[in-house]
Design a protein around this ligand. Structure first.
Ligand code: PT1
Length: 271
């Protein structure tokens, strides 16, 4: 499997590392400040030195309970970062559910769309088809503000496979190329700890959809529940989970800790 990201190719024969670049404001300064901007660009360069294959840029936090952001604010946060990084060697991905942001980001130099809402926003399918870049369709049950309020499934793997199958069909009907579709079961998005564990155990089942498989496990709460560790103490748990995913054939690992994940993949490659 090979992904064509404008002029860059990603060979998915070996798992690829997608480094996370959050450009969401913290409580002290907003994302539009030069200080935040320079820090984000420096962080991207560190991830490239550490072995990232993709940089995923996000201007809206989608973690449970996060605030909603306007398209204008999201564009103001991410576009300067994309412009500053567009000459780097790796494809840039835009983590957004808003068609206006997808359009502005791909025009500015991004070449992958990563949508936790699987192109369900009004106009998103059409914009993604027109932009003709790879797009990640992720499963989420509910919305970020309510998704962790006791989510329930009959068979979590089957329900998510069915959802992704339907979103693949919607994408194809909108004119998105088969070769541009990536899937993601959406760890932590409307799932209990046990749902996430079941999904990770049975991750290889998603390969039957015959699409590149992306997973985001890095530092997530279910790993904190398993290990009784706070966010910044979840690196060993995150690497362990990423290895379980890679061994089952995951193609893209979305991670905070690029150097550690690269070491893990280098070990895995020799076995
Ligand atoms: C993901 C993902 C993402 N995750 C893709 N994009 C986030 N394709 C943002 C928690 O339980 O898995 N795949 N973009 C971050 N979202 C979360 C969700 C962060 C849950 C933390 C948790 O801690």
């Amino acid at each position: 499997m090979i992904l064509t990201c404008k002029d860059k190719k990603l060979d998915l024969a070996l798992p690829k590392i997608m480094g996370i670049l959050n450009v969401t404001p913290d409580s002290f300064s907003d994302g539009g400040s030069f200080f935040q901007r320079d820090k984000a660009i420096e962080q991207a360069h560190t991830m490239l030195l550490d072995g990232a294959d993709i940089i995923d840029i996000g201007g809206e936090s989608t973690r449970p309970g996060a605030d909603v952001v306007s398209s204008k604010d999201e564009i103001e946060r991410v576009i300067p970062i994309i412009r500053a990084l567009q000459t780097t060697s790796v494809p840039l991905s835009i983590d957004t559910s808003k068609p206006e942001v997808m359009l502005a980001a791909v025009e500015a130099g991004a070449s992958i769309i990563n949508d936790v809402n699987a192109l369900r926003a009004k106009g998103a399918l059409e914009v993604a088809a027109e932009l003709n870049v790879p797009v990640c369709l992720m499963h989420m049950k509910g919305t970020p503000d309510t998704m962790q309020q006791s989510p329930q499934y009959g068979n979590v793997v089957e329900e998510i496979k069915q959802f992704l199958g339907k979103r693949i069909d919607a994408a194809l009907s909108a004119g998105i190329a088969e070769a541009n579709i990536i899937i993601d079961p959406g760890f932590g998005f409307g799932k209990t700890c046990q749902h996430n564990i079941t999904l990770l155990k049975q991750l290889a089942d998603f390969l039957s959809l015959k699409k590149p498989l992306l997973v985001g496990l890095s530092r997530k709460r279910f790993l904190g529940e398993i290990t009784a560790r706070g966010t910044l103490e979840r690196i060993p748990a995150s690497i362990s989970a990423a290895m379980i995913a890679a061994q089952q054939g995951a193609h893209i690992l979305r991670v905070h800790d690029v150097a550690e994940t690269r070491d893990m993949l280098n070990v895995l490659k020799t076995f």
